[in-house]
Every structure is written in structure tokens, then in C-alpha cells.
Design a protein around this ligand. Structure first.
Ligand code: NAI
Length: 475
């Protein structure tokens, strides 16, 4: 006998588990199927984000930042550390414990919200009267029937042609987060989000890091004034970033990896490293979903085709997160999951794609929302720009971290905020105020008139807003 559900969610990452919880909150009988296994073979819901992405990378970024501070910056505060040492295996074990807390947290939330969890791989079997039959293979062998299906199967790292991931010498995000010793020389292909975050972790711990980036511009999607400031900081820290390169043959040996590459000037070079991380983007994951059994439409990249409401070509089948169009961000997946659950329940869930924040958790952090200056120029929008450097912020001086700035872009005629771009301390937290302001369609004057606590980094946001009107008070 098959088990019947109102909603079956395939995938327990941030898109899937949040959709399952929201649908259950709205009174639906919900199942969530996820196959991720922990080291003991038990369930590890939370997807890439929890297991090999957002959460573990932040754990290692924090540990490595502590080490960097103790090694180089405590002395400025009059603190001397003798006999400082670092145990990479222990750092990784701590990271694993943080991941487990999050896995267990999701299992607890499923129980609390009465979501039925199945540990295994789900695939479409066939369409049936009023729904779809889903097979679960793995620890739980089941046949489920759901009236509504939400596919949230995420994405996988894209491999470099001719250099398959072995997670020992050629690493994806998974291997990059599991190294238990610091490589002497580390190479990375791609200076995107993962390249910069992982490059930062292992540089702080002592690796000599070289990043080979195909595009001539550093962080092309980021506001270029902010990207230039970040580039300067990273190079000063010791990250070697080569732009506009063409990566050639990758030779994997027992002791290292050799990458042939051509520089922007056309010089043929070789990069010899102990480990190579390939971080050149991710591809949607529909492997084993058996989409063809029900005629679920995929595009040429393998992403599930959806409309603006995450509805697929099949009635009652929805898809959210990395497996569909749009940025591959955990919080975008969560918002889509909530909106779909609400639509299924007859509500009017909505995701505002114009106010999705981006964060790169390097040091300095980079965070932004809305359009960049180069996008506004390309769109022919008349705008005013205001910037404020952390160098002139009292809290940043006290913290000893004055790198970077807040930059605000507002419509020249209406003063509506069109984008905010931050590079500097706690940019990941500062951006929240700007997202809210844009969601409420605030003007730069609105932010300029709001009382911000002193001393705080957030005063830089207020000052950037004042700068739009050319009337900063502290610069
Ligand atoms: P990415 O799209 O951020 O960066 C990939 C980089 O590789 C680009 O700069 C691209 O120009 C370069 N590239 C592509 N092919 C190349 C080649 N053959 N040779 C040299 N360079 C090449 O992708 P990344 O860093 O792999 O991250 C994957 C996804 O994970 C992204 O969508 C990102 O948003 C997400 N993510 C988000 C995080 C966050 O929100 N903090 C953290 C980590 C990942």
C-alpha cells in the first residue's frame, strides 16, 4: 500500500525542508524525502548548504579568522601570544559537529511540525489519479503518492573538462571543506564565491594560494568600485589572483597537481600545487529523478523549467532553489519554498527577486542588494551615488578593521534606493537594513533620517545615504 500525502517534497536542503515545514504549518499532510548520509550512514538533511556549503564553510572561516587574528592582529591590541599553533584536523572536527547540530535541528523541526521524513532517494514513478507516485530507494524503501510535488534537489559542483573531481587531489566544495592538513601550495580555478571563501580559509591557515580566473574582470557581477577595493585587500593579504587566464591541461599525480595555463598577456605557464580546488560554478541536480517518466521539462542546462511562480510544465509539480533558474543561494531557495507552500494552500506567496541579498564571507566581507553602478549605466537609469569609508567610522576604528566602504545608489529623480554595495567588516549583517529599505521602497533620505546607534558600523550606511545628498557629517 502506498502512503498518501497532500505534499511530497523531494530534497531536504534549505528550499525543500523549509517548503515542507511551511506546508505543514498550513495544515497539509507532508512528506520530505532526502538521501544525504552522515559519516555513519544516518540521515543528514539540510542539503549542500548544511553539509558541504554555507554552514561548514562559515565554521572554517571563523576558525581560520581566529587564527589569523591571533597570528597577526592581536599584537596591535597589546596582546602577545606565545607558542601559537593550529590543529587543522580539530578545526574540521569542530566544523563537522556544527554541521551535525544543524542536521539534528532539521530532524527535530520535522517532528515538531509533523512532517514525515523518509531517508532515501526519491524518483518519479508515474502520474496517478489526482497526483504522482514517488518511489523512495535507500534506507527507506517506500512508495508514496502525493497530490502536489515540490522538487528541491539542488545542484552539484561543475567539473573542469579533463579534471574530474576525485576529492583527494582535485576538490569540489566537498573536498575543500574536508582537508585535515594545510596544503603547502593550493590552486583554485575560478575566483567566484567558493574560490574566494575557500582560498581565504586555507591562506589564513598557511597555504600559498593561487587562484586562476577566466574572466578579465575580478568579481564581474559585483559593483566594480567595491570589487576593486576587495581585490586590493585580498592581494595585500597574500592571495595570488590571476585574471583573464585560459586553463589548459590538468595533470594529476600522486603528490600534486600540475595546471597548464595561459596568462592574459599570452604567456604559457604551469602552476604546480599540492591540491586543486575547482570552483567554476554549479549545475542543477536532476540525476536519478526519472523526470522523463512523467514528462517533467528540463532546459538545456538540465534545470527544471518553471514559471515565475515555480510551477513546472506539469500540474501539481513545483520546483524551487538551485534546480531552477536564478541565483544559487540558500535564502533564495527558502523564499521560493515558502511561496510555493503558500500557493499550494491557496495563498499568494511572493518572492521579490530584486531584493535578494548576496554575501561573500571573506575578510573583508562583501555584500550587496539591488543593481550595481555598471548595471544602472547599462540600463540608462539616472542615479546618484553616495559612499562612506569605514576608515571614518568610530566603531570600525575601535574594532581595528577599517577596510572598505558602504556605497548607496539612488534614483536621481525619486531618490528611491536602487542598490547598496558594501565591502568591509560585518557587511553580511549590515546589508539586512538595506534589503528592508529596498523592500519598503525607501529613499536614501529615509535612511539618512533614521537614528542609528552610536558607535556602530551601521552609521556608515546612514552616512552613505547622507553622501547621496552630498552631506556626510563625518567625512
Ligand atoms: P561562481 O559562479 O560564484 O564563480 C565561478 C567563477 O569561475 C567565475 O568567476 C567564472 O568566471 C570562473 N570560471 C568559470 N569557468 C572557468 C574556467 N574554465 N577557468 C577559469 N575560471 C572559470 O561559482 P562558485 O564559486 O563555484 O559557486 C557556486 C555557487 O554556489 C554560486 O552560485 C554561489 O552563489 C553559491 N555559493 C554561495 C555562497 C554564498 O552565498 N556566500 C558561498 C559559496 C557558494
Amino acid at each position: 500500500m502506498s502512503k498518501q500525502f497532500d505534499v511530497i517534497v523531494i530534497g531536504g536542503g534549505p528550499g525543500g525542508y523549509i517548503a515542507a515545514i511551511r506546508a505543514a504549518q498550513l495544515g497539509k499532510n507532508v512528506a520530505c524525502v532526502d538521501e544525504w548520509k552522515n559519516a555513519k550512514g544516518g540521515p543528514a538533511p539540510g542539503g549542500t548548504c548544511t553539509n558541504v556549503g554555507c554552514i561548514p564553510s562559515k565554521a572554517l572561516l571563523q576558525s581560520s579568522e581566529h587564527f589569523e587574528q591571533a597570528s597577526h592582529h592581536f599584537a596591535d591590541h597589546g596582546i602577545t601570544v606565545k607558542g601559537l599553533s593550529m590543529d587543522a584536523a580539530k578545526m574540521v572536527a569542530r566544523k563537522d559537529a556544527v554541521v551535525k547540530q544543524n542536521n539534528d535541528g532539521i530532524l527535530y523541526l520535522f517532528k515538531k511540525n509533523k512532517v514525515s521524513f523518509f531517508h532515501g532517494r526519491a524518483s518519479f514513478a508515474r502520474a496517478v489519479e489526482g497526483g504522482y507516485e514517488i518511489k523512495v530507494a535507500g534506507a527507506a524503501e517506500e512508495t508514496l503518492v502525493g497530490q502536489q510535488i515540490i522538487v528541491a534537489t539542488g545542484s552539484n559542483a561543475r567539473a573542469l573538462p579533463g579534471a574530474a573531481f576525485d576529492e583527494s587531489m582535485v576538490l569540489s566544495n566537498e573536498g575543500a571543506l574536508a582537508l585535515t592538513a594545510v596544503p603547502k601550495k593550493l590552486g583554485l580555478i575560478g575566483s567566484g564565491v567558493i574560490g574566494l571563501e575557500m582560498g581565504s580559509v586555507w591562506r589564513r591557515l598557511g597555504a600559498e594560494v593561487t587562484i586562476l580566473e577566466g574572466l578579465p574582470e575580478f568579481l564581474g557581477a559585483v559593483d566594480q568600485q567595491i570589487a576593486k577595493e576587495a581585490h586590493k585587500a585580498f592581494v595585500k593579504q597574500g592571495l595570488k589572483i590571476e585574471l583573464g587566464v585560459k586553463v589548459g591541461e590538468v595533470k594529476v599525480g600522486k603528490k600534486g597537481v600540475s595546471v597548464a595555463w595561459t596568462s592574459a598577456k599570452g604567456e604559457v605557464q604551469t602552476l604546480d600545487v599540492d591540491k586543486l580546488i575547482v570552483s567554476i560554478g554549479r549545475v542543477p541536480n536532476t540525476t536519478g529523478l526519472n523526470a522523463e517518466a512523467v514528462g517533467l521539462k528540463l532546459d538545456e542546462r538540465g534545470a527544471i523549467v518553471v514559471d515565475a511562480d515555480c510551477q513546472t510544465n506539469l500540474p501539481g509539480v513545483w520546483a524551487v532553489g538551485d534546480v531552477v533558474r536564478g541565483p544559487m543561494l540558500a535564502h533564495k531557495a527558502e523564499e521560493e519554498g515558502v511561496a510555493v507552500a503558500e500557493r499550494i494552500a491557496g495563498q499568494h506567496g511572493h518572492v521579490n527577486f530584486n531584493t535578494i541579498p548576496w554575501v561573500i564571507y571573506t575578510s573583508p566581507e562583501i555584500a550587496w542588494v539591488g543593481r550595481t553602478e555598471q548595471q544602472l549605466k547599462a540600463d540608462g537609469v539616472a542615479y546618484k551615488a553616495g559612499t562612506f569609508p569605514f576608515l571614518a567610522n568610530g566603531r570600525a576604528r575601535a574594532l581595528g578593521d577599517t577596510t572598505g566602504m558602504v556605497k548607496m545608489l539612488a534614483d536621481a529623480a525619486t531618490d528611491e534606493i536602487l542598490g547598496v554595495h558594501i565591502v568591509g567588516p560585518m557587511a553580511s549583517e549590515l546589508i539586512a537594513e538595506c534589503v528592508m529599505a529596498m523592500e519598503f521602497r525607501a529613499s536614501s533620505e529615509d535612511i539618512a533620517r533614521i537614528c542609528h546607534a552610536h558607535p556602530s558600523l551601521s552609521e556608515s550606511t546612514k552616512e552613505a545615504a547622507l553622501a547621496v545628498d552630498k552631506r556626510t557629517l563625518n567625512f
